[in-house]
Design a binder for this molecule. Structure first.
Ligand SMILES: Cc1ncc(C[n+]2csc(CCOP(=O)(O)OP(=O)(O)O)c2C)c(N)n1
Ligand SMILES: [Mg+2]
Length: 313
C-alpha cells in the first residue's frame, strides 16, 4: 500500500525546488548569512524525490548531512526548513538544530545527521517499535557508500534481518566518500553483495531515475509492511558538485567523469521529456523558494534564554 506513482511533472517540481533551495543556500553561504559547511545533493535529486514519494506520511525517515532533500520530499514545510537552516526561531527546531539536525515528528523525520551512518541505528529502533506496536510504519534510512564501512551498520543489518524489521537501508552510492573513491576504501566494492552476506534482500537501482527509485522503494516498503523484513537498496548516483562548499571536486575526479554524469542529471533528463512546461514549473518553484528565504531572513534568531531549553532531558 504505497502512494500513486508521481508524474514526470510532479517529480520535476520536487527536484527543481530542491535545486533552487541549494542554489539559494549556496548564495547565502557565500554571503556569510549561512554558517557552517554545506553539503549539496546536486545530481542526486532523483533519490529523495523517488524514495519519499513511495513512503506514507507516518513512515519514518533518517538521513545524512546531505539529506535536506529527503526532509522536503517527505512533506516537511519548506518555510520551516529554510528558517531552521538559517538558525531562525521560526525554524523546524526553533533554529537550534541547523541544517544537519532537521527533525519533524509530524512527518516521521527522525533527523538528518552530521555523523556518518548515525541515522541507521535510529531507523532500526523506530522499525522495531513499529513492529512491536503493530503500527505498520516503515523506516527508511539514507546513508552513503562510505558509511557502509561503519561497524555499527553491520550490527544493524544483522539485527534487522534477524528480527525482520520493516526498515529500508537506502544506500546512495555516489562512488566517493568525501574525496576517496570506493576502490580505495572498500575491499569489495560490490555493496549489494556485501549486504547479501548479512542475509539482506537487495535491490540495485538507477538512482538518477525517480520512477525507478519510486518502484524499488515501494516494493521494499510493501515487504516491510507485510512482515518480510528489511531491504537494502543500492541507488547508483553521483554528486555533480564537490563534497561541500569548500571542495571544488576537481582534485580527485576528472572533468570528463563529472561532465558524463552531468549529462545524465535527473533534472536534465526530465526537462527534456517535459518540454516547455518545465520552464513554467521552474519559474513557480523559484518564486516559492525566494519567498521562503526572504521570510526566513526577516525572522529573528532564538533568544539567548532559549539556548538551555529543550537541550537537556
Ligand atoms: C563518524 C564520522 N566519521 C567521519 C566523518 C567525516 N565525514 C563526513 S562526510 C564523510 C564521507 C561519507 O561518505 P558517504 O557515506 O559516501 O556519503 P556522501 O558524503 O558521499 O553522501 C566523512 C568521512 C563523520 N562526519 N562522521
Ligand atoms: Mg558517497
Amino acid at each position: 500500500m504505497g502512494h500513486v506513482r508521481p508524474t514526470d511533472e510532479q517529480f520535476f517540481r520536487t527536484m527543481i525546488r530542491l535545486r533552487h533551495v541549494e542554489k539559494a543556500l549556496t548564495d547565502l553561504s557565500a554571503g556569510g548569512q549561512l554558517r557552517g559547511s554545506l553539503h549539496l545533493c546536486e545530481g542526486q535529486e532523483a533519490c529523495p524525490a523517488g524514495a519519499c514519494a513511495a513512503l506514507l506520511k507516518d513512515d519514518y525517515l533518517t538521513a545524512t548531512y546531505r539529506g535536506h532533500g529527503y526532509v522536503l520530499a517527505k512533506g516537511t514545510s519548506l518555510d520551516q526548513v529554510i528558517a531552521e537552516v538559517l538558525g531562525r526561531a521560526t525554524g523546524l527546531c526553533k533554529g537550534k538544530g541547523g541544517k544537519m539536525h532537521l527533525f519533524d515528528q509530524e512527518f516521521g523525520v527522525l533527523g538528518t545527521n552530521g555523523i556518518v551512518g548515525a541515522g541507521v541505528g535510529t531507523a532500526c529502533g523506530a522499525a522495531l517499535a513499529s513492529k512491536l506496536d503493530g503500527t505498520g510504519r516503515v523506516a527508511l534510512t539514507v546513508f552513503g557508500d562510505g558509511a557502509n564501512n561503519q561497524g555499527h551498520l553491520m550490527e544493524c543489518w544483522n539485527m534487522a534481518v534477524l528480527y525482520k524489521l520493516p526498515v529500508i537501508f537506502f544506500c546512495e552510492n555516489n562512488l566517493y566518500s568525501e574525496m576517496t573513491p570506493l576502490s580505495r576504501s572498500h575491499g569489495n566494492v560490490n555493496l549489494s553483495e556485501r549486504a547479501r552476506g548479512f542475509g539482506l534482500h537487495t535491490e540495485s537501482v538507477n538512482g538518477n531515475d525517480p520512477h525507478a527509485v519510486f518502484e524499488v522503494v515501494s516494493k521494499a516498503a510493501d515487504r516491510g509492511r507485510s512482515g518480510q523484513g528489511p531491504t537494502f537498496v543500492e541507488a547508483m548516483t553521483y554528486r555533480t558538485t564537490g563534497h561541500y562548499q569548500a571542495d571544488s571536486g576537481t582534485a580527485y575526479r576528472s572533468k570528463e567523469e563529472v561532465e558524463d554524469w552531468r549529462s545524465r542529471s535527473p533534472i536534465l533528463l526530465l526537462r527534456q521529456r517535459i518540454g516547455a512546461k518545465a520552464d513554467e514549473i521552474e519559474t513557480e518553484e523559484l518564486a516559492v523558494v525566494q519567498a521562503s528565504v526572504e521570510k526566513a531572513l526577516a525572522d529573528s534568531v532564538p533568544a539567548v534564554s532559549e539556548s538551555t531549553t529543550e537541550v537537556f532531558a
